[in-house]
Design a protein around this ligand. Structure first.
Ligand code: DX5
Ligand code: ZN
Length: 212
């Protein structure tokens, strides 16, 4: 299981990024919110760039915004692995998917807890990663929704036809519920407060990465 650490709930984000550089974490997860797609408003483009400049880890950018293009066009030539947008956006997603691909980043598509796995089907052949939200997006430190596991099982049936897909889960993940995610063949877990609430990040990360 790979771990992508969300620094959303850290009270000193630059310091958290620097600390993560010295751990075995796989990705730096940056939660971008515009106050419209979700109520919260976090990580303006200047702060995203600041975090990217401090990080030696590849970034995993989660855009919870109504207008992803306005962020994507500012993010060329960065140390980014994935840029993920939301399926719920009321617009044609293909031009946005193409924009991300043109920058040579992998494309993720995310669904909120009430959005069906079936709604992803038209896009599966053209994207790299599916991000299943296990909490309502907007805030860290929430409780993992158990119905996420049903969605993962459903998604695994579709993955038989689309074996290239990487599956990531985000929200409320800890050392107990991660076992269910391993069983459900999740590739990347986004873990926020369960890591950043501790002094020793690497100890928590190493434990999470060795759970079977
Ligand atoms: C929620 C965010 C998550 C979240 C993870 O909108 O997308 O990345 O902050 O943090 P924890 O692990 O604290 O739920
Ligand atoms: Zn996130």
């Amino acid at each position: 299981m790979q771990i992508s650490c969300s620094i959303l709930s850290s009270d000193n984000r630059p310091n958290s990024v620097l600390k993560l550089n010295n751990t075995n974490v796989d990705y730096l997860h940056i939660d971008v919110m515009d106050g419209k797609f979700v109520k919260n408003n976090q990580f303006p483009i200047e702060e995203i760039k600041k975090m990217l400049s401090l990080s030696t880890k590849k970034a995993d950018i989660h855009l919870m915004v109504e207008n992803p293009s306005s962020y994507i066009k500012e993010l060329a030539h960065q140390n980014i692995a994935y840029i993920t947008i939301h399926r719920e956006l009321d617009t044609d997603l293909y031009p946005i998917i193409e924009e991300i691909k043109k920058l040579n980043y992998k494309v993720g598509l995310s669904i909120k807890p009430d959005t069906s796995v079936v709604s992803l089907i038209p896009y599966l052949k053209d994207i790299d990663l599916i991000l299943i939200m296990s909490v309502e997006p907007g805030y860290g430190k929430q409780i993992f929704l158990p119905r996420t596991i049903n969605k993962l099982n459903e998604l695994n049936r579709l993955r038989l036809k689309y074996p290239h897909l990487i599956v990531e889960v985000d929200g409320g993940i800890n050392n107990t519920n991660i076992k269910k995610l391993i069983k459900a063949k999740v590739d990347i877990s986004v873990v926020g407060s369960f890591i950043t609430n501790n002094e020793d990040y690497n100890q928590v990360i190493n434990k999470l990465k060795t759970i079977k």
